[in-house]
Ligand binder design. Structure first.
Ligand code: G3H
Ligand code: 13P
Ligand code: ZN
Length: 332
């Protein structure tokens, strides 16, 4: 049993309070390997941004949660060595059961998500409350994110054909009964690189897909019910056209990619959204650079010369997000 405090990590409690009152959102970047972790920490130290290092079920399977826990500990020491101690949260993304959440809490995670969004309201309440009771009674309080409403796309290995927007009428009851510390809501974002079907979009003169707008009205209705309670947005990659085009230029095929425009995320962050989840954009940045190098330098076979430039591009992407999308730069 390790407490996150022994690892130099923090929970989300104070960070979210500051983010909501300051009109910005914390970045929640998924990581699975060392290069992603280094890029996240370099970018967040340079922009002086607090950060949530996020571990999905897929990441636990790929990299092992103990290795990831120790990488998060390494991240704290790395930030210190780079010259600025930013607050770092280690968060379980889309926890699928009480047992997984408990295991992560006992491993040293400072925050967990319990994703009961596919359950009935009452089952979601019961499961989320069980996780909160356990997490909150630890010697060092672990924060819990719950979810109401369902995103389209892939969540925890299950494909959902349609999104089900969060019902503002349910949020007070859910938060009151479960005592969650933050709430993920569904307002039109979705996971992955294809957030909308082409028939839901329009096209600009160059044929680029333009998505329908986020339902910021639902976010405002939730705010009317919950006041300054911390809200989370999943599926918030913007799927930059430049990366998609670069991947396709170097042999990839990513037809019908479309993401959430940055200006809409900025608006959400100015309201009560205080955590914005980004994974797919990092995947696109890394893949674009890896493809470019392999094609332009066919003689290259040292992984450091392939993954190094991909890491540099990731850092650039995260710095841009912190400064121009989330508004978290300068807040650490
Ligand atoms: O919510 C989904 C995240 O992008 C994580 O995806 O389970 O493939 O790591 P993953
Ligand atoms: P994206 O697929 O839009 O990056 O969303 C990531 C996410 O929500 C992780 O929980
Ligand atoms: Zn998610």
């Amino acid at each position: 049993m390790t407490s996150y405090k022994e690892l130099g990590l923090v929970n989300t409690k104070e960070l979210f309070k500051k983010a909501v009152s300051g009109g910005y959102a914390l970045p929640a970047y998924n990581f699975n390997n060392m290069e992603q972790m280094q890029a996240i920490i370099q970018a967040c130290v340079e922009t002086k941004s607090p950060v949530i290092l996020q571990v999905s079920a897929g990441a636990r399977k790929y990299a092992n949660q103990n290795i990831l826990k120790n990488m998060a500990h390494g991240a704290v020491e790395y930030a210190h060595e780079l010259g600025y101690d930013i607050p770092i949260v280690l968060h379980l993304d889309h926890g699928g059961s009480f047992e997984i959440c408990k295991e992560c809490i006992e491993t040293g995670f400072s925050s967990v998500m319990i994703d009961g969004s596919k359950l009935s309201f009452d089952e979601n309440v019961a499961l989320t409350k069980k996780v909160c009771d356990f997490a909150h009674s630890q010697k060092d309080y672990v924060t819990v994110e719950g979810e109401l409403g369902e995103l389209a796309g892939v969540e925890d290995d299950q494909a959902s054909e349609h999104s089900h927007y969060t019902k503002p009428s349910e949020v007070i009851d859910f938060v009151g009964k479960t005592k969650v510390d933050s709430l993920a809501i569904s307002i039109g974002t979705s996971h992955g690189r294809m957030k909308f079907k082409p028939e839901q979009c329009t096209r600009d003169p160059n044929g680029i897909l333009i998505p329908p707008p986020l339902r910021l009205d639902i976010l405002e209705d939730v705010k009317k019910k919950l006041g300054d309670f911390p809200i989370v947005l999943h599926g918030s990659s913007s799927v930059p056209v430049e990366y998609v085009q670069m991947i396709e230029k170097y042999g990839g095929k990513l037809t019908d990619s479309v993401g959430i425009p940055e200006e809409q995320l900025r608006l959400a962050a100015k309201s009560t959204v205080c955590k914005i989840n980004i994974d797919s954009d990092g995947r696109l940045a890394m893949t674009a650079l890896i493809r470019k190098i392999l094609i332009e330098h066919p003689e290259e076979f040292d992984p450091r010369n392939i993954l190094g430039p991909a890491r540099d591009e990731l850092k650039k992407l995260y710095m841009h997000k912190n400064k121009n999308v989330l508004g978290s730069a300068g807040q650490a």
